[in-house]
Design a protein around this ligand. Sequence first.
Ligand code: PMV
Length: 315
Amino acid sequence: MRATSSTAPGKIILFGEHAVVYGQPAIAVPVTHVRAEVRIEPTRGGDSARILAPGVGLDTRVEDLPLSHPLSVALRGVLSACGVAEPLSDIPPFTLTIHSTIPVAGGMGSGAAVSVAVIRAVSAFLGHPLPDEQVNALAYEVEKLHHGTPSGIDNTVITYARPVYFVRGQPIETFTVPTPFTIVIADTGVPSSTAITVGNVRKGWQADPDRFNPWFERVGQLVRAARHAIESGTPRTLGPLMDENHALLQQMGVSSPELDRLVEAARGAGALGAKLSGGGGGGNMIALVEAESAEKVAEALRNAGAVRTIVTEIG
Ligand code: PMV
């Protein structure tokens, strides 16, 4: 067995979070200059497989990982898909090292990216590289540990590393971006739990479906308009769509004072539109900008309290 490596990008949701859980479409894009990287080396003379993730202080034998640990679920999934029987102590000795530059717990898909890179690296190491469809399905099983009933958008956009128009339960649609555009991603620094905000929206929807359903449907219309704008090469027109999507997310109750402050700061500094991205309650927001004003908007966001900004080109 030979050393192998694999890498997977981060991601950001452009449009449609939360409504996607209720059957509406959403658009997510890879963010390629943050990445999870996994390298596997055979350990000569070693008696056990080890996992190292220096960034989070992890150094363990695979059989010592708790069964419910995301890496354990990813490993068991890929080993069984490759026809390697349990127990984990019987697998050929290797050292698997994880490095990631994707911010953790910020809605940028760090968990899904690590899963995808681990699944690809391990299956290649064992001589059974898996097709994307299977990598995606295995990564989805790990996502369920993070937030119960995920729509599957994170693992999908990260597995395919292309813009995705995602409808829960439907075949995957990737699409192209003929005219690239620039977004600034800003982190409120407030930890957010997607499980909690998804649960709150569900409670609100159960209590008053007649209020929530029209919001979800309107988000779906915005997502379809956004896809059209991207595919027809007019990304500037995404700005007002982002603003309206943010207003709907506010109504659903998933924004926060910190997110709203950053959204206002971005618009004040010349962004074409801005919204929260992902689960909300904290975490990240995104702003659509002209490439030449990206740094100015990023600075305004930091001045308004963002703990980190990332400027990235989509397409
Ligand atoms: O917080 P993130 O970026 O993982 O996104 C969650 C997206 C939701 O629509 C809120 C939930 C989901 O499973 O799609």
